[in-house]
Design a protein around this ligand. Sequence first.
Ligand SMILES: N[C@@H](CCC(=O)N[C@@H](CS)C(=O)NCC(=O)O)C(=O)O
Length: 214
Amino acid sequence: MKNELKLYQSSASPNSRRVRIYLAERGICATTVPVDLGAKEQFSSAYAAINPRRVVPTLVLADGTAIGEVQAIFRYLDEAYSDRPIGGTTPKEKALVAMWERRMEQEGFAAVMETVRNNAKGLAGRAISGPHGYDQIPALVERGALRIRDFYADLEGRLAANSLVAGETFSTADITAVVTVDFATKALSMPIPDNHTATRRWYDAVSARPGFSA
Ligand SMILES: N[C@@H](CCC(=O)N[C@@H](CS)C(=O)NCC(=O)O)C(=O)O
């Protein structure tokens, strides 16, 4: 199955980075196809034919099937390349990883994204990615900072009792959580708070894995 996959992605996109890290961690080869978000290439008719939501990433299979949404891409790759999945192996593990992955996405990643998109001048009228334009709501920026602080506090509680986000095994939930921390640090100057020692220990260990330079 090697080299049959194409990943449409942008180097500046944290959602694309989630999939790049997944592929690197699993040693799965995919041809990356850049989509220039700065040049609005996601709105070209050629890309809209691949992903009508006009967002990256999109994974295109050898038969032309296009899979959008990071969680769906993770799921496909875990099932199709099932030798060493990182989304769990038993039904119970799969459900727990899905639960933690979704929490990291909704409570962490989405909070950072909402804060950035409602604030950045360059994203005026584009507060939500996708085919429809939405105005920015300044109050969401203030609320976003609270959401991110709560995310960090909840994550610290989780990691004080578990070595990794979904428990004791590295998973897609760790990928999404590390990308969230890096996104908050870079785009909002909101790094892991100094007194969150469990999160720092986890972050240093996980982000040192070779796949995380992807
Ligand atoms: N829920 C989608 C979100 C994808 C998304 O919003 N991607 C951003 C980049 S991180 C994008 O394509 N933005 C294009 C735009 O803002 O027009 C997923 O999981 O893939």
